[in-house]
Write a protein that binds this ligand. Structure first.
Ligand code: PMP
Length: 394
């Protein structure tokens, strides 16, 4: 083994010894009913909240899109990877979210890197909720701006940070719309008021709210009755409720032109696949015209919470959330892993989330519900949880 390989092996050994070694499991089917190592599994950890990733119309649109425009973009958007179908999707996304324009990115991670690094100089300050997604933190690191974190959902903590910063400095206030590991929603109205008072632009990453919350599925802002203009920078992803892949930023014409000029994760990467773009247009149609999917999902969320409270299972705490993300707080990471393994034995797939993704002592099962689940699927989850919790409690 050469020196390079030895150093890597040492690092991997260390990762193993902390118990944080990450494992992938290969599935052999898509959707909530899948297979792992030949065993049937019912999935409760996907972000495909409306079950659109396998919807026949979305799949057909992707095939048709591939036949017409090709599978891959072939180049970046600024070379020759930009097609009219991208313009069509951008216009639809802008209209849906109530903004002047939208810009596609090939992932939410890149969108967040792109926005923050394009807007913030090294001398700037980015003020984050402590539970913001890793991509928002990494975007801040890429920009070189100073990273500030306020206590989760604490406006007084955010206010204290803002009050210390010079009003003339470049500042940006950033929050998830729905927190990805907790499932709770930011109070966007309160954040917007804070942003207005301190004359700071507000950026909301609504990756987990779009498609799921609000009468028309337009996300956390629609659910909370917040006007789009209150949030000048909105990020949405396409790989969750929309069931495809990629992301977009919605905002003013000036914001979008700025990103096209300066967002390196937009400029220096292959354009979003045109086939995926076609699929996303089809899934957006479904999101906008079939509210019954959201209604079914929210019914399942309410039923899950109600029945789990009645069961009062030992060793788990249902966290407060009205979204499809319904985390079960366990605390100890080994216990979280053990419960996840018990569920797997019962044919239910729900991965444990551990540090560093969540703070130490807050390991959990991140249960996610989908409109693709049936009442019977939910029965199976509740029964597997009941067996697992009782078996693991002395
Ligand atoms: N923002 C949030 C809040 C997320 O949860 C995620 C993905 N888990 C992303 C951004 C990144 O999106 P993508 O998977 O499209 O890169």
């Amino acid at each position: 083994m050469n020196t390079f390989e030895r150093a890597l092996s040492h690092q991997l050994e260390q990762q193993r010894s902390t118990g944080h070694y990450r494992q992938r499991r290969s599935q052999s089917d898509a959707g909530v009913h899948t297979r792992i190592d030949g065993r049937a599994m019912l999935t409760f950890c996907s972000n495909d909240y409306l079950g659109l990733a396998t919807h026949p119309r979305v799949v057909e649109a992707m095939c048709e899109g591939a036949r017409r425009y090709g599978t891959g973009g072939g180049a970046s958007h600024l070379v020759n990877g930009h097609q009219q179908i991208h313009d069509r999707l951008e216009a639809r996304l802008a209209q849906w979210t109530g903004h002047e324009r939208a810009l596609l990115f090939s992932s939410g991670y890149k969108a967040n890197l792109g926005v923050i690094s394009a807007l913030m100089p090294r001398s700037g300050h980015v003020i984050h909720d402590r539970l913001n997604h890793a991509s928002l933190l990494d975007g801040t690191r890429l920009s070189g701006a100073r990273l500030h974190r306020f206590d989760h959902a604490s406006f007084s903590s955010a206010e204290q940070i803002l009050a210390r910063l010079a009003p003339a400095s470049d500042r940006l206030l950033v929050s998830d719309g729905v927190f990805s590991m907790d499932g709770d929603c930011a109070d966007v109205d309160a954040l917007a008021a804070l942003a207005r008072r301190h004359e700071v632009p507000l950026m909301i990453d609504d990756a987990h709210g779009l498609g799921v919350l609000g009468t028309h599925g337009a996300g956390t802002l629609e659910a909370q009755n917040v006007a789009p203009a209150e949030v000048p920078i909105l990020v949405g992803t396409l790989g969750k409720a929309l069931g495809t892949q990629g992301a977009f930023v919605a905002g003013s014409h000036t914001l979008i032109e700025t990103l096209i000029q300066f967002a390196r994760p937009f400029i220096y990467t292959t354009s979003l696949s045109p086939a995926l773009t076609a699929a996303t247009l089809a899934s957006l149609d479904i999101v906008q015209t079939e509210p019954e999917r959201r209604a079914h999902l929210h019914h399942l969320i309410r039923r899950f919470r109600r029945e789990l409270s009645t069961l009062a299972l030992p060793g788990i705490t249902l966290m407060p959330s009205e979204t499809p993300i319904q985390p079960l707080l366990i605390g100890d990471e080994h216990k979280a892993m053990a419960l996840s393994a018990r569920l797997r034995d019962e044919g239910v797939l729900c991965t444990a989330i551990r540090p560093p993704t969540v703070p130490p002592g807050t390991s959990r099962l991140r249960v996610t519900l989908s409109a693709a689940h049936t009442e019977t699927d939910l029965d199976q989850l509740l029964s597997a949880l009941e067996h697992g919790c009782r078996a693991l409690t002395p």
